[in-house]
Design a protein around this ligand. Structure first.
Ligand SMILES: CC(C)(COP(=O)(O)OP(=O)(O)OC[C@H]1O[C@@H](n2cnc3c(N)ncnc32)[C@H](O)[C@@H]1OP(=O)(O)O)[C@@H](O)C(=O)NCCC(=O)NCCS
Length: 205
């Protein structure tokens, strides 16, 4: 695509990353957070945590004629989320003390549908393209960049998880990923109206 450049993010991209990552939450994020507004507040707040897995450090940017139109997050393993004072402050400010208890119940349901990520895989944690720029190949270009990065670093496997309701699955299949595990949970479905999540992998030959 002409005018499209993919590059690693820098700290000054943070506001735009927050907008693309948290500004338009789907049914899953809104269902787990309890409302769309809380999902926006928490999602954008997570991007601003300096060492969080959603920070600019783990983000690749798609830039079209100088405008940031897409992001991909990789390498910031979810297992590495550390409960720092800033994260606790963000959770308290967003949900309040009682809200956090309700959130923990919903998060347990979310954890139950999270397939185990294979050891040693280059894991893609998130991909978002500005709604105004979708279906033009930007998502595919971000995946291609991540794959090249994984190959160059010697990885043999790329992984990602996606909800069973997400049409993005077709994009992943088109790019060589296949479903290797699916987890569902009735409580998760009550909160989100989604059955569960797929683990998809691509072997790098
Ligand atoms: C998934 C996403 C990043 C794809 O970006 P894109 O630039 O449109 O991707 P491309 O143009 O390279 O490919 C388009 C493909 O996206 C998928 N897609 C179409 N509509 C979609 C939607 N509403 N949501 C998710 N994926 C969609 C389809 O597979 C489509 O190709 P196909 O119709 O030919 O099968 C973008 O739709 C998005 O940001 N969605 C919302 C966030 C999201 O769901 N992220 C994935 C979390 S696992």
């Amino acid at each position: 695509m002409e005018g499209l450049a993919i590059r690693k993010a820098i700290v000054s991209d943070t506001d735009r990353i927050a907008e693309l990552f948290g500004g338009d939450p789907g049914e899953e994020a809104s269902g787990i957070a309890g409302s769309r507004d809380k999902a926006i507040a928490f999602g954008t707040g997570m991007v601003r945590l300096p060492d969080g897995p959603q920070s600019w450090r783990h983000t690749v940017i798609a830039e079209l004629d100088g405008r940031v139109v897409g992001i991909l997050m990789a390498g910031g393993d979810r297992k590495d989320v550390r409960v720092t004072p800033r994260l606790v402050y963000l959770a308290l400010a967003t949900f309040g003390p009682l809200g956090i208890l309700r959130l923990l119940t919903r998060l347990r349901a979310r954890v139950r549908v999270q397939p185990k990520i294979p050891n040693g895989a280059f894991h893609l944690a998130e991909i978002d393209v500005d709604p105004a720029y979708r279906n033009q190949g930007i998502g595919g270009a971000l995946l291609g960049y991540a794959e090249a990065e994984a190959r160059a670093a010697g990885y043999r496997l790329i992984s990602l998880t996606t909800s069973t309701a997400n049409p993005a699955r077709r994009l992943y299949e088109r790019n060589g990923f296949r479903i290797v595990a699916t987890k569902t949970d009735p409580a998760y479905k009550r909160y989100t109206r989604i059955d569960g999540r797929h683990l998809m992998v691509k072997e790098l030959g």
